[in-house]
Design a binder for this molecule. Structure first.
Ligand code: ADP
Length: 503
């Protein structure tokens, strides 16, 4: 829990553009230089709560990306040979600066993402923990010596960096998604080209400035900014350039599939963390207070815009009405809609018009097909044009889009089930497989259900599962690979077998 003074410090004074924040960068970073786009073009970064311009950054394209790739490739020739200990020290210095500047980074993040300031501070702390973790892991990327079947030979396995990598990240966690990719790749000895989301490039640029201040050599981290329309050409080049060894992407399933395909030709290493469609299963024997508490954090963090957000609430018959009534009451008494820079606010705006349309259409479709609105159900214009009321829907049927789609908004969709098998059938009836949640006080049931859930991560009687120490990732169409934990390094290394013969 962040102290009230930390939150206040992050919010003072309120107008970000007039503050002269030293981390508010309006240029991209290539080979240690802060540069504009070769074309001279720029685009505006908007504050979604206020519809105001926060900053203007370069609108880069393939030409600029090529320069960043070249810089990462040149830097790799030396960075791969920096000792593990020295890489660790540099990452630690970066971590220390990120901690020292957490309030300023959180302020920038809230301005460009709309995220409530407390959540931004929470994300910065979470993101920083990846840099800290990987500064430690950097020194433990050990090899193996394996007993040879012949006396004349010795078998060595070493773990080597794959080369320069491309890191493409989304807007919903502008800091943490970069931190867990960049931390792992730098620890492994890779250099990187980061392409942050068009909605939230400023957090990435602030982090890059601090990496530079920490003494991470030029070209090891490059950040290219671009508006949405240039993302496909940049993505294609990053996937297809022979200088790039691997791509790590967090974002939509649709874009992830494009990148996967584009990486095929060069047989590139790829890590994908894509959309989820998390079931939140509450059995009759569950502790309903804990279930509601877990549901609130899982559903309403970042206004429901996280890939591990509970998406389908599957509630067993006997406790259905009670759970619905409890969550409605809790929402009415605890959620505060508004501009994220106000420290009391817990529900900010949706990120952009597109997301607003998606959420509104999903709710309208459900209501038109007979869903019952228990709370909310409509836009909250009095706060701005991207706010949607926290909503609870019941009477859900399979023909409604909310039944199967990832909502990415503050909407609780409650579906009734009779028995364990039915819960599993509904939960697994999706091509997504990122996070799932189960509330039950029957240990045998917990064991059976968590084993059968076709998801990469399962929270048992817990709604908040993300942490640096654990392996984050999905199955099915939710992705490939794991981030965080000791496994987070694997995407960035390959195992080299050296055979020493004629001994
Ligand atoms: P979201 O729906 O959360 O915005 P996206 O998958 O659309 O998720 O975006 C995630 C990241 O992928 C952003 O940085 C975006 O600019 C980038 N992106 C979008 N389209 C492409 C593409 N065709 N190739 C590469 N990157 C892309």
């Amino acid at each position: 829990m962040l102290s009230a003074s930390a939150v206040r410090a992050a919010m003072r004074p309120r107008d970000i553009t007039s503050r002269g924040l030293h981390l508010l960068k309006q240029m991209a970073l290539i080979n240690g230089e802060w540069v504009g786009a070769a074309s001279g073009r720029t685009f505006q970064v908007m504050n979604p709560a206020e519809n105001s311009v926060v900053a203007t950054v370069p609108d880069m394209n393939a030409e600029d990306t090529q320069k960043a790739i070249r810089a990462a490739a040149d830097a790799f020739t030396t960075w791969q040979d920096v000792t593990a200990k020295d890489r660790s020290i540099l990452l630690r210095k970066w971590y220390n600066l990120l901690v020292q500047n957490q309030n300023e980074i959180a302020t920038i993040m809230t301005s460009e993402s709309g995220k409530p300031i407390k959540e931004s501070l929470g994300e910065v702390t979470y993101g920083n923990s990846f840099i800290e973790w990987f500064s430690e892991e950097a020194r433990r990327i050990n090899g193996e010596i394996i007993p040879s079947p012949q006396q004349s030979k010795q078998i060595f396995l070493t773990r080597q960096p794959i080369g320069p990598v491309a890191l493409i990240t989304p807007w919903n966690f502008p800091h943490a998604m970069i931190a867990r990719k960049a931390g792992a790749s730098l620890a492994a000895g890779c250099t990187c080209v980061i392409k942050p989301a068009e909605d939230t490039p400023l957090t990435a640029l602030a982090m890059a400035q601090l990496a530079q201040d920490a003494g991470i050599p030029k070209g090891v981290i490059n950040v290219i900014t671009s508006d949405r329309k240039n993302a496909p050409e940049i993505g294609k080049l990053l996937c297809q350039s022979p200088l790039i060894a691997g791509v790590s992407f967090t974002g939509s399933t649709a874009v992830g599939k494009i990148l996967y395909e584009q990486c095929a030709d060069g047989v590139k290493r790829i890590g994908l963390e894509l959309g989820g469609n998390a079931p939140f299963v509450v059995f009759n024997n569950a502790d309903l207070n804990k279930a509601v508490q877990g549901a609130m954090v899982s559903k309403f963090r970042n206004c429901g815009q996280t890939c591990v957000s509970a998406n389908r609430f599957l509630i067993q018959d006997e406790v259905f009405d009670e759970f619905v009534s409890m969550i409605c009451d809790t929402m009415k008494t605890t959620l505060v809609i508004g501009n994220g820079k106000d420290e009391h606010v817990t529900i900010g705006p949706l990120i952009n018009d597109n997301q607003m349309r998606t959420v509104k259409n999903l709710v309208d479709d459900a209501v038109a097909k007979g869903a019952k609105v228990m709370v909310g159900g409509k836009t909250a214009e009095k706060y701005g044009d991207k706010f949607f009321e926290p909503t609870v829907l019941t009477n859900i049927t399979e023909d409604m889009a909310v039944y199967g789609k990832e909502i990415f908004g503050p909407v609780v969709v409650c579906i009734r089930f009779k028995d364990e098998q039915e819960a599993l059938d509904i939960a697994n009836c999706t091509r997504s497989g990122l996070a799932a949640y189960v509330y039950s006080n029957d240990i045998a049931q917990v064991f059976r259900v968590s084993k059968k859930l076709e998801f990469g991560m399962v929270g048992v009687n817990e709604g908040l599962i993300s942490t640096t120490e654990a392996a984050f990732g999905g199955v099915k169409e939710s992705g490939i690979g794991r981030e965080g934990s000791s496994h987070g390094i694997d995407d960035y290394i390959y195992i080299k077998y050296v055979c020493l013969g004629n001994l």
